[in-house]
Ligand binder design. Structure first.
Ligand code: NAD
Length: 493
């Protein structure tokens, strides 16, 4: 059984206490993992700072850094079967989807980031006025802290670590103790391709103590955090201690609007994909569905019939569409939302079945669809982070836009219609970082991803991904040697 140790300054470091890494599909212990403490945070931050100052990485030309990342991406691709197997076993992604979600996306995004770094220009001439000329320089920030959850472990490790190191920073990445393996693969291939020791450090540990200590650490200059909105607030407070820069990718409650003229088959499939991909454990899931009155009955009938065709069960089975949720706590949390929806008067329109072949110790929640839902219900307001859909109906576009925006979250939204002009108009009015029209979950590298409102701020991916890990510096030259004296002349008689 593998035992993962912390990675600090290029060395593997074991700890006094260990975690068990447990598969959500059958509750088997599949690995053990070192459990870091605040002392390990200090060591990792010191190693990152040393690498930032002494390793030469930040002076390495950006296109050379890009080659390290691009080659590392190829090495992950060459290990696709192994890496998707690790991810599926650790977080329950159905194996049929794991190749794309756990390998394809991270590799594509690494390649995209490498492309950005190839085109990266640190100094841009900015201003020329008489004898004064200036450049705007982009410099790395220093030691960055990346903190990620368990739902897409490699993808999120890539989103944090890769743009940070491509900009010349060093990073301390705190991975989630439930899904550690793939971040170590990332570190391994980057090291193999020439990343100096200490530029990428990996730690684990209790979120509140170790994560809290890391986010308050005076030597850390930037935090990139992905996780729940509640934790995001704490991170932001901690960051204030030494005025760190912060990127927050938080929760979501995606509004999914089906207009009267939608292609129903497409919208049904897209709605199911929107709320069931990875058993609904995706921040950008579409979990509030608004269906136009005129198609409501037939849409719900089709949705339920199609949902009934999905296989819920063992993620290792190639026929499985929906796997387990992360653990017993996650399952209990989701079930409490299901219970509260029933208690508050929602109609349990559909609840799927777990396949008989699924392991009895797996943490399965079947797809669950509620109708007769109202905007105030717990299931409508909160991020459930599970395979649960809250359905409402509408007959007025203005009203549905208002209701879609009636949420503290603003990460994703979608519109299904054949009328692209209307769709575009609605998209413009939705308070959401991403709006899909006739699609869901599409997140290619060139498109910035991030939230409005309490879904966070800052963007990952997209053309500014690397710039988010830089400081801007102005270097201004007076070629005449007279400007300063002349300036005194302006204010003194
Ligand atoms: P979480 O906030 O509980 O934990 C996320 C990470 O933060 C973990 O590594 C955890 O150990 C750490 N952490 C916990 N307390 C901390 C603290 N006080 N200080 C610093 N770090 C701390 O989130 P979770 O339940 O593990 O993950 C699910 C959440 O993540 C959902 O809300 C989901 O929407 C969100 N998410 C957002 C995105 C996005 O891009 N917007 C992507 C994936 C997941």
């Amino acid at each position: 059984m593998p035992h993962y140790q912390l990675l600090i300054g290029g060395d593997f470091v074991d700890t006094a206490e260990h975690y068990d890494v447990v598969s959500p599909a059958d509750s088997e212990v599949i690995a053990t993992l070192a459990k870091g403490t605040v002392e390990h945070v200090d060591l990792a931050v010191a190693a990152a700072e040393k690498a930032f100052k002494e390793s030469g990485w930040r002076e390495t030309p950006a296109h050379v850094r890009a080659e390290v990342v691009a080659k590392a991406a190829d090495l992950i691709m060459a290990r696709a079967a192994e890496v998707s197997g690790l991810a599926s076993r650790e977080n329950g992604t159905p194996i049929r989807l794991a190749a794309g979600l756990s390998v394809g996306f991270p590799v594509m995004h690494m390649q995209y980031f490498a492309g950005l770094a190839r085109a990266f220009v640190a100094d841009r001439p900015a201003y020329v006025n008489g004898s004064v000329s200036s450049v705007i320089r982009r410099e790395p920030i220093g030691v960055v802290a990346g903190i990620i959850p368990w739902n897409f472990a490699l993808l999120l490790a890539v989103w944090k670590a890769v743009p940070a190191i491509l900009a010349g920073n060093s990073i301390v990445l705190k991975v989630d103790e439930k899904t550690p393996s793939t971040a170590f693969v990332l570190a391994e291939v980057l090291t193999e391709c020439g990343l100096p020791p200490g530029v990428l450090n990996i730690i684990t540990g209790d979120g509140e103590t170790v994560g809290g200590y890391l986010t308050a650490h005076p030597r850390v200059r930037k935090i990139s955090f992905t996780g729940s909105t509640a934790t995001g607030r704490t991170v932001m407070r901690n960051a204030a201690a030494n005025v760190k820069q912060v990127t927050l990718e938080l929760g979501g409650k995606g509004a999914n609007i089906v207009l009267a003229d939608a292609d129903l088959e497409l919208a049904v499939d897209g709605t199911l994909w929107g709320f069931l991909m990875h058993a609904g454990q995706a921040c950008e899931s579409g979990t509030r569905l608004f269906v136009h009155d005129s198609i409501y009955a037939q849409f719900i009938e089709r949705l339920v019939n199609r949902a009934a065709e999905l296989t819920v069960g063992d993620p290792a089975n190639a026929a499985t569409d929906v796997g387990p949720v992360m653990n017993a706590a996650q399952k209990a949390r989701i079930e409490s939302f299901i219970d509260s929806a029933v208690a508050e008067g929602a109609k349990l329109e559909y609840q799927g079945k777990v396949s008989e072949t699924a392991h009895e110790k797996g943490h399965f929640v079947p797809p669950t669809i509620f109708t007769n839902v109202t905007p105030e219900m717990r299931v409508t307001v909160n991020e459930v982070f599970g395979p649960v859909l809250a359905v409402m109906r509408f007959n007025d576009v203005d009203a549905v836009v208002d209701e879609a925006n009636n949420s503290e979250f603003g990460l994703s939204a979608g519109v299904w219609t054949r009328d692209l002009a209307t769709a575009n108009d609605i998209a413009g009015r939705l308070e959401s970082g991403t709006v899909w029209i006739n699609d869901w979950h599409a997140l290619p590298g060139p498109l910035p991803f991030g939230g409005y409102k309490q879904s966070g701020f800052g963007r990952e991916m997209g053309p500014n991904a690397i710039l988010a890990y830089t400081n801007e510096k102005v270097i201004s030259v007076d070629h005449s040697g007279r400007s300063a004296r002349a300036a005194w002349g302006l204010v003194l008689p």
